[in-house]
Design a protein around this ligand. Structure first.
Ligand code: ZN
Length: 652
């Protein structure tokens, strides 16, 4: 294992602009450097590198991080691999701590699993091309399907013979153990070959290593399935893999579109025909992990279906997830009786592309028309359609896009737009509530989205769920304080007795610390507090390199937008920016704390009033008097705070 000291040395030495420049052309703009984002397709640069903060951030796709994160993302390295890469670049000698026997073993075994899979792959290929059985059965099958030799080699196809244990016995001879063979998914419980009498499709990870196989049977046999996949192993998780992605990734990026098909042979046939931006989810319905894999390369997914309506309806269910990742989804129904494989073989690349161009439809509109056709004029059925469509609309994360689709769907459904808007907003509320149960996957995205939704709703003048609405705003007030703390916490306030700014913030928050809602914000505040108590003053890098992933992501996000201001104008609390934000941190901190305190008091007032109403209903006069006193105390506190917002009229 690499020692902590060495890791710190690497992180300290690595300059983000130098690391990125090895992969991306950067131009200087002000204090930052900008370039075309390597993680999503774009024509105008939105990828920004900040040498002073030592981080990168893409304003297009939202990716961001430090040097280590960049190398991990760009090269698909894990953390130690990224550290080793950077150490190499900067000529740093890594100090390895003595690993405990267990972890050495685990690491070696993982490597051995890759090795035995590589061994099996070479074996299957040899079986296909160099044995009579392989040529007669396997190669013959592939040729019948129209695969050319070059294609077969390119996708590394192979053959597993009828013999019960030919691979196992070869592998044992080569020195692999039964344990490893089993853990690689190559051996059955009876110690025989897992794949027998099947043609073999190796499954690659994104960097081109074989991680599993799929085998298709050659003789129709009802007792065994047509396709079988390697069982899940330490290195193969079905839900995280898309078949063909390794071969397709460059084309997907170039086309900014990824075709999604069902079968291995569909991928290979399309590829052979010159359509290379194609992957298969191989039998499983599309998972969020798979969608995010594609999103690294393109913003659009086009799903190809054969024309069986029942199948299409079932398959469409997973597609809402793609919308949630802010990607465009298009649907193409192939002509009756065709699958992508048969269709491209008949029509060729030009015919295929022309057909796609003519027949590709937006997913949401396609779904709406399809459901409507089925519902006919039955009003009950039409209500079900509305519910279904609204669920989908709620998954669109961009409000402008969503509004456009709402308008179009209202035409299709022949329903008033406002009905759809309010139904969609209800679905979003529900959806957000569910999401808020857990920590958002990507804090930046989900929060900026929440903000958009609030404004969207206000613009549409829809009566939103009040309580949820307030909870959302609350998070912004807390977030604003964290933003100021991370950006300016180490600065001193001129003419102040409490310094640095972080101490001023934490002291001011003392009385309301328990009311901080957000778990990550709370963690940052407590950690900052205990560092200050030890007389340590963390620099911004302390949090952008933080071992807690949630804290790290949040810190990177907040430090990338040093001049971001929550739009308080929208909430009747204007910001007053006269100075450059870098010089205005004290006032910003002061106001942010006041706003949070105000919010907390407003919550207490609301709760107290609800309690008062209850007591009145119960006729409990004694208790009521106490709560009326509390009410006036709270009003007074509110007055104190609002008077500190100078020249601000509060509509509360
Ligand atoms: Zn990007």
């Amino acid at each position: 294992m690499i020692s902590r000291k060495s890791i710190d040395e690497v992180i300290e030495r690595a300059r983000i602009e130098e690391v990125v420049q090895d992969f991306v052309n950067l131009k200087r703009r002000g204090g930052n450097l900008i370039g075309l984002c390597p993680f999503h397709h774009e024509k105008t640069p939105s990828f920004s590198v900040s040498p002073t903060r030592n981080i990168y951030k893409c304003f297009g796709c939202g990716k961001g991080g430090d040097s280590v994160k960049f190398v991990m993302e760009h090269e698909s390295y894990d953390f130690p691999e990224a550290i080793r890469y950077l150490a190499g670049k900067y000529g740093i000698q890594l100090e390895e701590t003595k690993q405990d026997a267990e972890s050495i073993l685990a690491e070696r075994e993982r490597e051995t699993i890759y090795k035995v899979l590589e061994f099996a792959w070479q074996f299957f290929k040899k079986q296909l091309f160099q044995t009579e059985e392989g040529q007669l059965a396997g190669l013959h099958y592939f040729k019948e399907r129209g695969f050319r030799t070059k294609t077969i080699e390119n996708f590394g196809l192979g053959y597993a013979s009828q013999s019960a244990d030919s691979l196992i016995s070869e592998a044992l001879k080569a020195g692999f153990t039964k344990d490893i063979l089993q853990r690689a998914g190559l051996m059955t419980q009876n110690e025989g070959d897992f794949f027998r009498h099947r043609v073999i499709f190796p499954i690659f990870n994104i960097s081109g290593k074989v991680i599993a196989f799929a085998g298709r049977q050659l003789l129709a046999n009802k007792r065994s399935p047509k396709y079988i996949n390697s069982p899940e192993t330490e290195i193969y998780q079905k839900r995280k893999v898309l078949y063909g992605l390794f071969h397709a990734k460059k084309a997907i990026r170039d086309e900014n579109n990824c075709f999604l098909v069902e079968g291995y042979t569909d991928v290979i046939s399309l590829h052979q025909a010159g359509i290379e931006n194609v992957v298969a989810s191989s039998g499983t319905s599309l998972t969020p992990d798979q969608i995010r894999l594609v999103r690294r390369y393109a913003s659009q997914i086009t799903v190809l279906y054969d024309s069986d309506v029942a199948g299409v309806k079932a398959a469409m269910r997973g597609l809402d997830l793609i919308l949630e990742e802010n990607m465009d989804v298009r649907i193409v129904l192939l002509p009756e009786g065709e699958d992508p494989d048969s269709f491209v073989q008949k029509s060729g690349m030009a015919g295929f592309n022309e057909y796609i161009k003519q027949n590709s439809k937006d997913f949401i509109l396609f779904k709406t028309s399809l459901l409507l056709k089925e519902a006919g004029n039955d009003p009950m059925q039409r209500a079900v359609v509305l519910k279904d469509v609204v669920e989908t609309l709620a998954h669109i994360t961009e409000s402008i896009k969503r509004s456009a689709f709402i308008t179009q769907c209202s035409h299709l459904l022949k329903m008033d737009e406002n009905i759809i808007i309010s139904a969609t907003n209800k679905a979003i509320d529900e959806f957000l509530r569910q999401k808020r149960q857990g920590i958002p996957r990507d804090i930046s995205q989900s929060e900026s989205e929440i903000q958009k939704q609030i404004f969207d709703r206000e613009a549409k003048n829809i009566d939103a769920n009040i309580i949820d609405y307030k909870a959302l705003i609350d998070e912004y007030q807390e977030r604003d304080i964290i933003r100021i703390l991370l950006n300016y916490g180490d600065k001193n306030i001129p003419d102040s007795t409490v310094n640095p700014l972080s101490r001023y913030i934490l002291v001011s928050l003392l009385d309301i610390m328990d009311e901080i809602q957000h778990p990550v914000y709370k963690k940052i505040l407590t950690e900052y507090q205990s560092l200050l108590e030890k007389d340590q003053l963390p620099r911004p890098e302390y949090f952008t390199n933080h071992p807690n992933r949630e804290i790290q992501v949040l810190a990177i996000e907040l430090l990338s937008f040093p001049y971001e201001y929550a739009s308080w104008e929208e909430h009747d609390i204007p910001m007053q920016i006269q100075l450059h934000p870098d010089d205005n941190f004290k006032k910003d901190a002061h106001n942010a704390i006041l706003r949070l305190k105000l919010k907390i008091i407003m919550d207490h007032i609301e709760k107290n009033q609800a309690r008062l109403a209850e007591l009145q209903a119960e006729g409990n006069d004694e208790e009521m008097i106490i709560h009326i006193r509390v009410h006036y105390d709270l009003l007074q506190m509110r007055e104190q705070i609002t008077s500190q917002f100078k020249n601000v009229v509060l509509k509360v």
